[in-house]
Design a protein around this ligand. Structure first.
Ligand code: ADP
Length: 543
């Protein structure tokens, strides 16, 4: 594999495009790109919270791994009212909240509050939308310190959905011993925020050459410790896998809308894959909670250090190398176009050999290094994460370029566990209906005519639900969504608004059932009528 940089764009087509920040290049007609269109937008704090909330409305128990969140400024009064109600019903509840500016990163602009009235409504929140979230007061501590986990996840394909999780991740530590939040310690960022970019500035930050000590460690080293204390590490892994799959299921509907807009079906275009960084906090009872998803996780394997007074330089960071080199190496192996060709019976070419040599040297070294930390969890891990023969070394016939590479650190979890999670993919099916009625390719919003056609073709209008009421529903919901301060380059109904309208229709049609059943029934109803219509058209066409 030859790698070249094209800071100003490139002329010849490539097999794999590795973009630094986000997907946006209309001149790619083939190959694979390491970013999905719309991913950066989807994982912003507000969009992620909305997407998870839609799933929480349908499946509250399955989605209780995300802290209760409100969007500011638009839900400020809802936040105040709900907190007051919860306090009234449980006077012992003494919550803390964390306010996070939308689109912020590295802990930027984040602060803790004890009461909704503490929100600085002046200026910043009004001009800078944010998410306010219930603060997890009882995190799991190691060495008396709060820490979070960064896990790397490869979304290899959206359709069909393919997800891989890296067997090891990073644990990033605070640098002040943790205490539950009080008015006195709320502002102590080194105690409450685990961001590396913040804690690095604390005098207590420890750079360590060992992966199991210091302020940044491997997640596997934490698991080793937990396991030696008798914790059920197997269950923890399966909870983490389930959190990752459910989060991606919440993101896929809107991603598909972006995808068809940027890469319309039938037109030449690339396929996409993406490495995502999942930030997860473990609660004291070992329940993993999702903090956020990063579309552009840092892949740096060096850190800055003061080499001599006043002189800074980059030095290798063993813990970062340990985890990240394997993620990149395996991603390239999984998306390797040569591998696909070999599977299809072609011969491996020279390219592949040089790819192997290039990536192998470092990773082999670090895989050996990894093995010790992973040894005793490997059994549980393999059982949970094993993807079968396809991921094993030796899958490629002897003498193939991959035969002497270490086994994959990225383990397939979807479709492997699809059966357990497919029932959650209702909004995906709603999105498929939405996309069908978008009409002109390349748009992301549904016009009033498209919405009417949807109602008509799915036979949703009747004597008690006239076409006039359909228009009112369209206008009401669309207007509200378009006034929420979300960017709206196009006018019309966005997917989220369509989903809301769809839920309304489902509730109207199938009264007194749980929402997810109402929605599932309405989807079946629509799909049935559309299939009948397609059949009719096919017959007419033939005729
Ligand atoms: P950023 O993108 O700015 O890093 P995060 O959502 O990751 O924002 O939050 C920054 C840090 O704040 C996290 O790494 C974590 O330590 C802490 N944090 C965030 N949300 C919560 C929460 N709900 N409960 C407890 N700690 C949290």
């Amino acid at each position: 594999l030859s790698l070249s940089q094209f800071p100003l764009g490139r002329r010849l087509p490539c097999d794999i495009y590795w973009h630094g920040v986000s997907f946006h290049d209309n001149d790619i007609f083939s190959g694979q790109v390491n970013k999905f269109p719309g991913m950066t937008e989807m994982v912003r704090k507000i969009t992620l919270s909305r997407a998870v909330r839609t799933m929480q409305d349908l499946f509250p128990l399955e989605y209780n791994f995300y802290p209760r969140s409100w969007i500011l400024p638009e839900e400020f009064s809802l936040f105040v009212d709900q907190v007051r109600m919860m306090k009234d019903s449980d006077p012992a509840w003494k919550p803390t909240f964390i306010v996070k500016p939308d689109g912020g990163c590295q802990g930027d602009g984040i602060y803790l509050i004890k009461d909704p009235s503490d929100i600085r409504l002046t200026g910043s929140v009004q001009s800078r939308p944010a998410v306010v979230q219930e603060y997890i007061c009882k995190p799991l501590l190691v060495d008396k310190l709060k820490f979070d986990i960064r896990l790397y996840v490869l979304l290899k394909s959206l359709e069909p959905l393919e997800i891989y999780i890296a067997k090891d991740g990073l644990s990033r530590f605070c640098t002040e011993p943790y205490q539950e939040p009080t008015l006195k310690n709320l502002h102590q960022v080194f105690m409450h925020l685990t961001n590396y970019s913040l804690n690095i500035h604390s005098g207590n930050f420890i750079h360590s050459d060992s992966v199991s000590t210091g302020s940044k460690r491997t997640f596997s080293s934490i698991l080793c410790r937990l396991s030696s204390r008798g914790a059920d590490v197997k269950k923890l892994w399966s909870d983490i896998i389930s959190l990752v799959i459910k989060t991606i299921i919440a993101l896929t509907p809107e991603l598909k809308v972006y995808y068809q807009s940027d890469i319309p079906v039938g037109k030449p275009g690339p396929t996409c894959f993406q490495i995502l960084g999942f930030d997860i906090l473990l609660m004291k009872n070992l329940k993993p909670m999702l903090l956020e998803v990063n579309a552009n996780p840092s892949m740096r394997i060096e850190h800055e250090q003061e080499l001599s007074p006043g002189v800074f330089g980059n030095v290798p960071s063993p813990v970062d190398e340990e985890v990240k080199v394997a993620v990149i190496r395996d991603t390239l192996r999984l998306v390797d176009p040569q591998k696909k060709k070999r599977k299809e019976g072609h011969l491996a070419g020279q390219h592949m050999v040089s790819y192997k040599n290039k990536v192998n040297v470092k990773s082999n070294y670090f895989m050996c290094y990894r093995c010790q930390a992973l040894e005793h969890i490997s059994e549980a891990d393999e059982e949970l994460l094993d993807t079968g023969q396809a991921d094993r070394p030796g899958y490629d016939s002897a003498g193939s370029p991959e035969a002497d590479l270490p086994s994959l650190c990225l383990k397939q979890v979807f479709p492997k566990y699809a059966k357990q999670f497919n029932y959650l993919r209702l909004v995906d099916r709603v999105a498929a209906l939405f996309i069908r009625f978008l009409g002109v390719k390349g748009t992301t919003k549904l016009g009033p005519t498209g919405f009417r056609t949807f109602i008509r073709n799915c036979k949703l209008s009747n004597s008690s639900f006239s076409m006039a009421s359909v228009d009112i529903l369209y206008i009401d919901i669309t207007r509200r969504w378009n006034s929420m301060g979300i960017e709206h380059k196009e006018s019309g109904m966005c997917l989220q608004a369509f989903v809301e309208a769809f839920f309304c229709l489902a509730q109207k049609k199938y009264k007194s059932l749980p929402l997810h059943e109402q929605v599932a029934l309405l989807i079946d109803f629509c799909e049935y009528h559309l299939a009948a219509l397609d059949e009719k058209r096919l017959v007419c066409g033939r005729g």
